[in-house]
Design a protein around this ligand. Structure first.
Ligand code: AMP
Ligand code: ZN
Length: 456
């Protein structure tokens, strides 16, 4: 079996992955900023990264992955202005940045587990690697790439001939197009390495440094953590596409200036999830969480199934209707897996096609089509083994037993009222009734032959 072919943002094409060392594929995935609950956009990125890891395992490679937790330094504006997102949330909740970080890190880990994500081999908090981050700034300073302003230490991007190469940025256009005041920065693309705590104010999170008390710039943690855990160079670096022009561009600037080596062989970026056709982000507060979906009867597995239906490089537009359809299709698929079909195709061929689909830049829509095809095959031990192998990568609960129950009269009555509301297109009422059914401990889904009530 050939290895993985993966699109690389920098080179702009699908290329074979050639690991730096044969016995390990080193991967770094930018982790969450822990000032709020993860939304379905974040989860798309993490699920696709999980598919990457599981595909490498399927192809007999040995992925080794590090993920950071951003618990300090990510400001409300990517231009190094505004407040620290955690500090701002702490003020809003009358709490401390440390408590906010602890609470939302726990919740993020719970969401990862609910989405069946393999835990990273190392999970590293930015606040646990402050010394390494300070050392990196010292190295940049010694090489003449860091300068001081009245609010912090900045990276001098103009000194790098290839600054912005990942995003194929044209530095002159960037400067000309920027409407943000330059202040004491020498160039619009210069970014903070270390920010000073505001005069007369004590932050919850701040540290001594050779330049003054303060906290690290957001991009610094990833460069420092990669060096400390994986070395100068890695095989794959992942994140959402929003990271291309600023965060990853600046990680490259920092790391490559210090080491003189190419940071990552492959840059994998996951396209954005939109919601009802519009932008979603944690800061806009319009992102659904797993709890929001559970209240509407949509399981984490149906969400995963929904993500897999679109290639990771294509944007995806989430609607509740689409998720409900995913929930129903997944149930149909599970039933088909249980009872089998009459088709006689070669299991070996379907197996090969499945590996090939995933090895070809993680083509999950095609992989899902092959799951349906396998489910339609006549039952056999080989078919079962194939479906188990597919489940290992896709994690959609293919073998989950549906608990069909005789729901109590009161719950059936609610379900019937919901059918009436739906037929009148009274979605608000239908949603309310679904909520009541969920509270009563049942999940309602709509099948071709009417509604189906299952125990939560
Ligand atoms: P953050 O917590 O903002 O640092 O984001 C965590 C991860 O989620 C990053 O890799 C982001 O690129 C990614 N992300 C944020 N919003 C979306 C979205 N709407 N769709 C897909 N990925 C996203
Ligand atoms: Zn990062």
């Amino acid at each position: 079996m050939d290895g993985l072919q993966l699109y690389d943002t920098h080179r702009g094409e699908v290329l074979p992955l050639q690991p730096l060392t044969p016995d390990r594929v080193s991967i770094y995935t930018c982790g969450p900023t822990v000032y709020g609950r993860l939304h379905v956009g974040n989860l798309r990125t993490y699920v696709m990264e999980d598919v990457l890891i599981r595909t490498l395992r399927l192809l007999d490679a040995h992925p080794y992955r590090v993920m950071n937790i951003t618990d300090v330094g990510h400001l409300t504006s990517d231009a190094d202005e505004g407040e620290d997102k955690l500090q701002a949330e702490a003020a809003r909740q009358h709490s401390t940045a440390w408590d906010i970080a602890a609470r939302y890190t726990d919740l993020a880990l719970q969401d990862f587990a609910a989405m069946h994500l393999l835990p990273p081999d190392q999970l590293v908090k930015a606040t646990d690697r402050i010394a390494e981050q300070i050392m990196l700034v010292q190295e940049l300073e010694a090489k003449g790439y860091a300068y001081r302003t009245n609010d912090g230490m900045y990276f001098a991007t103009e000194k790098l001939a290839d600054y912005g190469k990942l995003a194929h940025l044209d530095p002159e256009m960037l400067q000309a197009g920027s409407r943000v005041a330059l202040g004491e920065k020498r160039s619009h693309t210069d970014f903070a390495l270390w920010k000073f705590s505001p005069a007369g104010q004590q932050r919850d999170m701040e540290w001594e440094s050779p330049w003054g008390v303060g906290f690290p710039g957001w991009h610094l943690e990833c460069s420092a953590i990669i060096h400390a855990t994986l070395g100068d160079q890695i095989d794959i670096h992942c994140g959402g596409i929003d990271h291309i022009p600023v965060h990853h561009t600046n990680e490259i600037a920092q790391s490559e200036t210090v080491t003189g080596k190419q940071l990552a062989q492959h840059w994998m970026h996951i396209a954005f999830l939109k919601i009802d056709g519009g932008k979603m982000s944690k800061s806009l507060g319009n992102g659904y969480t797993l709890d929001d979906l559970a209240e509407r009867g949509i399981s984490a597995e149906a969400l995963r199934f929904y993500y897999l239906g679109t290639h990771y490089r294509h944007p995806q537009n989430l609607t509740l209707e689409a998720l409900e359809q995913s929930e129903q299709s997944l149930r149909r698929l599970r039933r088909l897996v249980q009872i089998g079909g009459g088709e006689q195709e070669s299991v070996t061929q379907v197996n090969e096609d499945f590996r090939h689909a995933l090895a070809n830049d993680l083509n999950t829509p095609q992989a899902l089509a092959l799951v349906w095809q396998s489910a339609r095959l006549t039952e056999s031990p080989e078919r079962l083994r194939l479906l188990q192998e597919m489940e290992e990568v896709l994690q959609i609960g293919l073998f989950k037993e549906e608990v069909l129950v005789e729901a109590p009269e009161a719950v059936r009555e609610l379900a019937m009222q919901r059918d009436v509301a739906r037929s009148e297109k009274n979605w608000a009422e239908a949603d309310r009734l679904r909520g009541e059914i969920t509270q009563a401990g049942y999940t309602i889904s709509d099948t071709e032959s009417g509604f189906l009530l299952t125990l939560n």
